[in-house]
Design a protein around this ligand. Structure first.
Ligand code: SAM
Length: 168
């Protein structure tokens, strides 16, 4: 879905609501920090948090397993003149240390938006956030935002489908 069919999932990503309000709320909390040395966006998708943050002057490191989504972020960062504030790290969040490599740390904020968790086991989920502590400070804020769960989906399910023609 995110790699082999990224062009289909991207349609859904592009329909998501704008994040200005979310980002403004995050920035209000971030302002409590005396310094701001960067944001780590885990499973960033194709831009919703990072470009909005960058337009407000905050730098971020974008981690995603999908090359296509990161390329789209790159394109949008260039279009918006904020490329200097956005760094890309392609890879699996379960191997965060390896994926971040020499990227500048520590981060003051870690984000995980729109239920970008729960694809693996509960152990993996816990591990992903535990690993995110390593490149963070004690005071780092973790935002897990816009989450949904089975109970919510069972009453608010809005089926959306995209398909592509295949020739056999
Ligand atoms: C529901 S989308 C949300 C994207 C973005 N956070 C947003 O709010 O628009 C989930 C994202 O998680 C990424 N993802 C899934 N598993 C991943 C993994 N193991 N490592 C890195 N990214 C992953 C997908 O490529 C996709 O971009």
């Amino acid at each position: 879905m995110f790699i082999a069919r990224s062009h289909l999932f991207m349609k859904l990503l592009n329909q998501r609501p704008k994040t200005d309000q979310l980002v403004d709320g995050m920035i209000r909390l971030m302002r409590k920090h005396e310094t701001f040395s960067g944001l780590l966006d885990l499973c960033c998708g194709n831009d919703r948090v990072s470009i909005c943050m960058a337009k407000k002057g905050f730098k971020s490191v974008e981690v995603d397993i999908s090359k296509a989504f990161l390329e789209d972020v790159k394109r949008k960062a260039e279009e918006n003149g904020v490329s200097h504030l956005v760094t890309y790290a392609e890879g699996d969040v379960r191997k965060l240390k390896q994926v971040l490599g020499r990227v500048q740390k520590p981060f003051d904020v870690v984000t995980n938006a729109w239920t970008s968790i729960g694809y693996y086991s509960e152990y993996d989920d816990i591990n992903i956030f535990s690993r995110a502590r390593e490149p963070s400070r004690k005071s780092t804020i973790l935002f897990i935002t816009e989450t949904v769960h089975t109970e919510y989906l069972s009453i608010k399910f809005a089926p959306t489908s995209y398909s592509e023609k295949t020739t056999w």
